[in-house]
Design a protein around this ligand. Structure first.
Ligand SMILES: [Zn+2]
Length: 138
């Protein structure tokens, strides 16, 4: 169901996503995540201006991670038992990866509306990293 969720890609992109920043294309007005490279709408290069999205969107792919996380996430996974992750299509149109929070990790479904919240992501080398997670909106 939904878009394929590549876990290695997801973990990598998460690291660049403590602030949720997308790129607004000055050529076509479309939005791309991450805010680098070519515009996903019109393929224009060097047209992306970083902007902060409103922070609400819709789940287009969802899965649950119950093992196999990189070391920095293993404590979180041990504590939580399972982590819900999703690709969220923001209202602006860009698709971004994120962890789900404030819900049963298995519960969200494709098409559910979510909003961004700032939460502790993990601790590494004594530094707590915060970033965007998504929680379901009633
Ligand atoms: Zn464009």
């Amino acid at each position: 169901m939904g878009a394929y969720l590549s876990l290695p890609t997801w973990w990598r992109s998460l690291d660049s996503r403590y602030r949720l920043v997308i790129g607004e294309c000055s050529a076509c007005g479309g939005y791309t995540f991450p805010a680098e490279g070519a515009c996903v709408e019109c393929d224009a290069v060097d047209t992306l201006e970083p902007v902060e999205p409103a922070g609400t969107g819709e789940i287009v792919a969802h899965t649950v991670i119950e093992g196999g996380a990189p070391p920095e996430f293993s404590r979180l996974l041990d504590a939580a038992g399972a982590i819900g992750v999703a690709i969220v299509e923001l209202d602006e149109g860009a698709r971004v990866p994120g962890m789900l929070t404030d819900c049963d990790p298995h519960a969200p479904e494709r098409g559910d509306t979510v909003e961004r919240v700032v939460r502790r992501i993990y601790e590494q080398e004594g530094v707590v990293r915060y970033g965007t997670k998504f929680r379901p909106v009633e």
